[in-house]
Design a protein around this ligand. Structure first.
Ligand SMILES: Cc1cc2nc3c(=O)[nH]c(=O)nc-3n(C[C@H](O)[C@H](O)[C@H](O)COP(=O)(O)OP(=O)(O)OC[C@H]3O[C@@H](n4cnc5c(N)ncnc54)[C@H](O)[C@@H]3O)c2cc1C
Length: 285
């Protein structure tokens, strides 16, 4: 028996929400943790943050960005009533959250889902949450309303990594009492945010999006380096001290499979195009 999709909502060409019935995840869930899903037999296992949850329904909601084959297949082939083969979780460690005062959450693309979930935990502890939701461009931006319930103010910023970094710099320059920056997105983005946190001497908690093949670091694919120490993003993370994470090593490791990923997406899009032509032909007959 699989895990039924209770609701699917396509937000734009790049993002969608999936509400999945997975009560086991919520039995021990803590903010900042994630699930690993396998949509079908023979598919790829991918990690996705628990964006939101409903304990009464026993459901978790995932905010998914279409990046490659697996996230596109999930969008195109799965709908309400369909079942995901496996939902494993909760995975990862919830960081030791405290009331530190003023906290800036800053996400980039799917990273907004990651900081939102951790931000909910920080808000429950009484922190004052500010949110900069960063996106690559205006077309793929999401409404700030999606994240607004945990924040005293929310700004949607788009135009690439540098543009979002400028917004973060402006924020901490004006808000000198910012105690903590929480960032998530691709490591190229987090590295830029670390530069700001370092200059302004603000604590920085960041999300290591390493390639995860299993939930306990067995494959070694999710190895990350912190001031020379080896850690595993699935087992010890995904949240780490942003001042210590070796971003360049993470970027390099994440690029190992790029050519295979491109090829898998190209083949899947070819398959979809064939199906489209076949169904258009059927309609004409
Ligand atoms: C702890 C964690 C939480 C995440 N939460 C979310 C989320 O809430 N929403 C969301 O949209 N995305 C999230 N991601 C990223 C998501 O896992 C990848 O975008 C997804 O695996 C891409 O798969 P794909 O086949 O569509 O793309 P591919 O073309 O296969 O890969 C695109 C890029 O995604 C990354 N990636 C690929 N496979 C994996 C993998 N098995 N594990 C980790 N990264 C991978 C690589 O950087 C790769 O270059 C999270 C990643 C991690 C590590």
């Amino acid at each position: 028996m699989g895990f039924p999709i209770l609701k699917k909502e396509v937000l734009n060409d790049r993002f969608y929400l999936l509400e999945v019935h997975a009560p086991h995840v919520l039995k021990k869930f803590k903010h900042g943790q994630f699930v690993m899903i396998l949509s079908k037999k023979g598919g790829e296992i991918i990690p996705l943050t628990v964006f939101n949850y409903d304990k009464t329904k026993g459901s978790v909601t995932l905010l998914v960005e279409v990046r490659g084959k697996s996230t596109k297949e999930l969008l195109v082939r799965f709908g309400e009533g369909d079942e995901l083969k496996d939902v494993v979780g909760p995975v990862g460690i919830s960081p030791n959250l405290k009331n530190v005062g003023k906290v800036l959450l800053v996400g980039y693309n799917y990273g907004n889902a990651c900081v939102y979930n951790l931000g909910r935990g920080l808000k429950e502890l009484g922190n004052e949450i500010h949110f900069i939701a960063g996106f690559e461009d205006s077309g793929s931006s999401l409404s700030g309303g999606l994240f607004a319930d945990i924040a005293v103010d929310i700004k949607v910023a788009f135009g690439g990594i540098k543009k979002v970094k400028e917004e973060v710099r402006d924020f901490v320059d004006i808000n000198k009492d910012t105690a903590l920056i929480v960032s998530a997105g691709i490591p190229e983005f987090e590295k830029e945010i670390e530069e700001v946190a370092d200059v302004f001497e603000v604590d920085h908690l960041t999300h290591a999006s390493a390639i995860m093949i299993d939930p306990i670091g067995l494959s070694g694919s999710d190895k990350v380096f912190l001031d020379g120490d080896v850690k595993y993003a699935s087992l010890d993370g995904p949240w780490f001290d942003g001042h210590k994470l070796d971003y360049d090593a993470l970027i390099q490791r994440n690029n190992i499979f790029v050519e295979y990923e491109k090829e898998a997406l190209r083949r899947f899009e070819e398959e979809l195009e064939k199906e489209r032509k076949k169904s258009a032909r059927k309609k004409r007959i």
